[in-house]
Design a protein around this ligand. Structure first.
Ligand code: 5GP
Ligand code: ZN
Length: 111
């Protein structure tokens, strides 16, 4: 049966997507609707619905380390890492992902 989670399908290579960075636990790829010149999504290979369900702290550490490596691989030395958690915070895909946004000046506070 087809996995219903789009990011699980991307991580498994079922939906062919070039990876900017990959390791045993994490893959990073470009957002399909980029909000900045560099806009990457960094996800655990394993399905975790959101940061609220992420109880593996070592994996979270690897996800953050991967975000920095993916940013470097994409040529961004300055960037923002965002994890939208819950619908109100803007989470639309229920597979944990860190956005890496760079390549332009960022406003604060975010919308
Ligand atoms: P969220 O809104 O959950 O924080 O972020 C989900 C992100 O996934 C959005 O920025 C959206 O553009 C991106 N996205 C959704 N579907 C796909 C897809 O099939 N491929 C890629 N590369 N990005 C996707
Ligand atoms: Zn998933």
């Amino acid at each position: 049966m087809m996995d219903p989670c789009i990011f699980c399908q991307i991580a498994a290579g079922v939906i062919p997507t070039p990876f900017v960075y990959t390791d045993d636990d994490v893959v990073a790829f470009r957002d399909i609707q980029p909000q900045a010149p560099v806009h990457l999504l960094v996800i655990p290979r394993r399905h975790i619905a959101s940061l609220n369900e992420a109880h593996d702290e070592a994996l979270l550490g690897r996800l953050m380390a991967a975000a920095a490596k993916a940013a470097a691989a994409a040529g961004a030395a300055q960037y923002r890492v965002v994890i939208n958690t819950g619908a109100q915070a803007g989470q639309s895909v229920l597979h944990l992902h860190a956005h890496v946004l760079g390549g332009r000046a960022m406003a604060w506070p975010p919308g």
